[in-house]
Design a protein around this ligand. Sequence first.
Ligand code: SF4
Length: 186
Amino acid sequence: MSKDELKDISLKLGRRNFLKLASIGAGIGATSMFASTNNVREATKEEIKNPFPGSKKVKTICSICSAGCGVVAEVQNGVWVRQDVAQDHPISEGSHCCKGIDQIDLVKSKQRVKHPLKKVDGKWQRISWKQAIEEISEKMLKLRAENGPDVAMFLGSAKFNLQQAFYFRKFAAMWGTNNIDHVARI
Ligand code: SF4
């Protein structure tokens, strides 16, 4: 299909519906790819019936940016086990961007960093919070002593809530610089 034909379809459907269809298409493509490598199997009857017995669905919002798209978090015995989009959310209307679609992975990912790590001789080593804070603050203070407070630029996170943003701003002021901005600006 040509670019012009795609544009025409996109205009007729509207951006949100077009993106939904595009993601379904990508999903089908990915599913076919996995199926061809035997990495997927059919769900068992029990799994289809209810893979998480006794779970509750909790309406919440994606915390990654200030759009605040709706998320339905399925929770079983206090553990977040599955994520779905909130179809009736007034802002996101049943869709997410690629960051929010897998918010659950921020919690459950095996790659999630849960403690400070330091690279020593090319290998990551676990260190204590005390050691991490002391080493980082020593280096920061040395840089400031040698170059002045404007040596640093503070970039706030789109994940900050109001209180975190407040403390972050205070921290930059205490450090002595106005070099502070939001990460989205870069
Ligand atoms: S799903 Fe994407 S756009 Fe929506 S709040 Fe999360 S990061 Fe922001």
